[in-house]
Design a protein around this ligand. Structure first.
Ligand code: SME
Length: 161
């Protein structure tokens, strides 16, 4: 694909995700360097969906370690079971948080972040990392985000790891 994203104007959130997923699958299939592939996924999601913070943490030495991202600087290490990311890792499931202030142990990298979704990357039963997305508006993530991001993360795991 070219280095330009084409997102239908006036499209619904689901249509934007669908259009993005098709283009991103082709993009990451054509790139053998994992960092390069994940960097473009991050930029594409961030730009097409207008998130506040979009990025990956990958497990290294039994800690989630900050990887490629778009948005303000963030905490670089997250322990197993800590915050939304560490909880998604421990519970091996997507976590959607409508109000980050209500999530026990939420790690606030920015006071502007209001809601969050974290999707674990799982291969052969092992959590390799998480995709973490924050919005500066409350309750921005619903079942469409969960479904579409889980599908995208499956493609990422199959293609990049
Ligand atoms: N809020 C996350 C920390 C990472 S930042 O949002 C980028 C958490 O509680 O795990």
């Amino acid at each position: 694909m070219s280095e330009t994203l084409v997102i239908p104007s006036g499209a619904s959130k689901e249509e934007r995700y669908r259009s993005l997923s098709t283009q991103l699958s082709a993009l990451i299939a054509a790139e053998t360097d994992r960092t390069a592939a994940l960097a473009n996924v991050t930029a594409a999601l961030h730009e097409a969906l207008g998130f506040f913070w979009t990025g990956f943490y990958l497990t290294k030495n039994n800690t989630l370690t900050l990887n490629v991202f778009q948005g303000p600087i963030a905490c670089s290490r997250i322990a197993y079971g800590r915050g939304v990311c560490g909880t998604a890792w421990a519970e091996r499931r997507t976590i959607v948080v409508d109000d980050v202030d209500e999530f026990p142990g939420h790690i606030a990298c920015s006071s502007l972040s209001k809601s969050e979704i974290v999707v674990p990357l799982i291969k052969n039963g092992k959590v390799l990392g998480v995709l973490d997305i924050d919005s500066d508006k409350p309750a921005m993530f619903d079942d469409t985000d969960r479904k579409m991001l889980e599908k995208l993360c499956e493609t990422i795991v199959d293609t990049c790891f």
